[in-house]
Design a protein around this ligand. Structure first.
Ligand code: PLP
Length: 448
């Protein structure tokens, strides 16, 4: 049993990420004690299927002994090595090479970070440096997509387009701009793929024009599937069309694969399946499957080469103490081995079952939309299907749904706009996928 003092200590001292501080103090923390596979146990012994893989990150599932062994062995051998001063460690070099080999096209250069937010920050710094280096310093405007999420560092939060990350924080900056999302279920142009793509292209070109033309715009950012905005899947061809439009305007295209990377939608990278090669790509989460922190920025030959040539012998002042941490890199290598040793395959099978199971929930009176790809999915709840009336946009209904699902033995992400998000570990068995669907239905029945 959880001692009351743990709840009190938490209440008094831990400032939680993305939380209502007062709401959390009132509710009290729920403490997770252990986990194995896709099952998580709390401090009271209550077991749940983790339908959200922690925070869309524990792709390999919990308790994978070989990952634990890889981390422990690296800690014994060399627990820390910097990449500064011309130094490096074997796992960092091997992981960079393994990732470059598997990344789309000419994304052959890897810069390691601690997670997704600093990966996004790093891209902004690299892009500014690159545009200066090629003699185009006036290309200093950045465009991203409404409902997008690119982290909560100061720069990344400005590219993010979710109100809670802006209000009170002094972002976005005046060089950070947005275009509307492709959000098919609630798109003003309707759900037709062609119309949505045309509207997005139009919005991008208009935004570029309004900013003074392509000579002012450095880069366009998007997630292959918008995660934190409610798992918004672009229509087929959207990514390719946007990528080509950016190429035609000489605007760098940045794919933020922090969620979609590492098997979440099926392949190692979603860009691969969409047949696009971004100029830069950000990853984190599944890279180490959440066992230890790590992110990676991929740079194309052209972007890396231009930066490298312009600096010559001078140091490029960007890096972190824990860039390419050897323990994280050793974990990354082992996780990659697991993905390719059957996890990706299992994720594909489980993802097809998950999508089919969630699709069957469409008959439920509360379910307005079901969307996703592979092991990344969402169910959008409405109070009136015909009118697509959203649930009240307050934290309360989401909290209730989360709590009921928890009691039913399921962890889901309950977004404040009535969207339930799913991102289970790729190791899920058929029975676990079926439990996710069945417990969702039970939760929705109790919510009616
Ligand atoms: N980019 C995307 C697409 C994300 O989903 C996230 C986190 O959810 C981030 C960036 C930020 O990553 P982190 O929380 O590791 O800083």
């Amino acid at each position: 049993m959880l001692s009351n003092s743990l709840v009190e200590l938490d209440r008094a001292h831990w400032v939680h990420p993305v939380a209502s501080y007062r709401g959390h103090e009132k509710a009290g923390v729920r403490v997770l004690r252990s986990a194995k596979g896709a099952t998580v146990t709390d401090s009271a012994g209550h077991q749940m299927v983790d339908g959200f893989a922690g925070l869309w990150c524990v792709n390999a599932g919990y308790g994978q002994e070989s990952i634990v062994e890889a981390a422990a062995a690296q800690m014994r051998e060399l627990p820390y090595a910097t990449g500064y001063f011309g130094l490096g460690s074997e796992p960092a070099i091997r992981l960079a090479a393994a990732l470059a080999e598997r990344a789309p096209g000419d994304l052959n250069h890897v810069f390691f970070t601690l997670g997704g937010s600093d990966a996004v920050d790093s891209t902004v710094r690299f892009i500014r440096y690159y545009q200066q280096a090629r003699g185009k310093p006036e290309k200093d405007q950045f465009i991203s997509v409404e409902q997008g999420y690119h982290g909560s560092s100061t720069v990344g939060a400005g590219l993010t387009a979710l109100p809670a990350f802006h209000a009170g924080f002094g972002v976005p900056f005046d060089w950070q701009h947005k275009i509307p999302s492709h959000y098919a279920y609630r798109n003003p142009v309707g759900g037709d793929a062609g119309a949505i793509i045309a509207a997005s292209l139009d919005a991008l070109r208009s935004k570029v024009e309004a900013l003074g033309g392509p000579e002012r715009v450095a880069a366009f950012y998007c997630e292959p599937i918008q995660g934190s905005g409610g798992v918004l899947v672009p229509p087929p061809g959207w990514l390719k069309a946007m990528r080509e439009a950016c190429r035609a305007m000489d605007i760098l295209f940045v794919a933020d694969e922090v969620i979609t990377g590492f098997g979440r939608t099926g392949p190692l990278f979603m860009c691969e399946e969409e047949d696009i090669v971004p100029d830069l790509m950000t990853t984190a989460k599944g890279l180490t499957s959440g066992y230890v922190p790590m992110g990676a920025v991929f740079l194309s030959d052209a972007v890396y080469g231009t930066i490298a040539d312009s600096a010559g012998a001078a140091a490029i002042g960007h890096g972190y103490t824990y860039s390419a941490h050897p323990v994280s890199a050793a974990v990354g290598l082992e996780v990659l081995r697991l993905y390719e040793g059957g996890l990706l395959e299992n994720g594909r099978r489980a993802g097809a079952r998950l999508m089919a199971g969630l699709e069957a929930l469409r008959d439920h009176p509360l379910v307005g939309d079901v969307r996703g790809r592979g092991m990344l999915a969402a169910v959008e709840l409405v109070t009136d299907k015909a009118r697509k009336t959203p649930l009240p946009a307050t934290a309360e209904p989401a909290r209730r749904i989360f709590d009921r699902a928890w009691d039913n033995g399921l962890i889901i992400r309950a977004f404040a706009n009535g969207v339930i998000g799913y991102a289970p570990p790729l190791c899920c068995t058929e029975a676990e996928i079926d439990a996710i669907v069945e417990r969702t239905r039970r939760t929705l029945d109790q919510t009616l």
